[in-house]
Design a protein. Structure first.
Length: 142
């Protein structure tokens, strides 16, 4: 049975959460707007209306809503990373892309956003930001 590449898009999911590290941000929930793109392998069974073979975007959306609304986050990076993890749990997912907008974060901008992606076929190496910053500084000065 052939597999097909499919993409689920969840667009402009508007939620409220505690996000930020300034005292006023920690005391009051703020709006966030979430956009999710999930690439996955589907098969002929799902294309023939066999529900048990489909990726259940309603379940994923409920997990995202619960995580966002019950959480407290200092940084967009943490929130977006968590959401990418939720969206990429199913083994059929080959790629997940999550963008979170924080409207009104800057006085003269509509919003600030951060996007992270997961790609099953790419190895991710993480090194601390301080290490990367110091390395760039040393290479620029020396």
């Amino acid at each position: 049975m052939p597999n097909y590449a499919a993409v689920i898009r969840i667009t402009n999911l508007r939620l409220r959460t505690f996000i930020g590290f300034n005292p006023d941000e920690r005391a009051k929930q703020q709006d966030v707007v979430i956009n999710i793109e999930i690439h996955h392998q589907t098969n002929a069974a799902a294309l023939n209306d066999e529900v048990e073979h489909a990726l259940d975007y309603k379940v994923i959306t409920k997990q995202v809503i619960n995580h966002v609304e019950s959480g407290r986050f200092l940084l967009l990076e943490k929130l977006v990373h968590d959401l990418v993890g939720i969206c990429s749990q199913d083994p059929a997912v080959t790629r997940a892309l999550v963008t979170v907008d924080k409207p009104h974060a800057l006085r003269f901008a509509d919003s600030v956003s951060l996007t992270l992606s997961y790609d099953r076929d790419q190895e991710v190496t993480q090194e601390p930001l301080q290490s990367r910053t110091a390395e760039r500084h040393l290479s620029a000065t020396g």
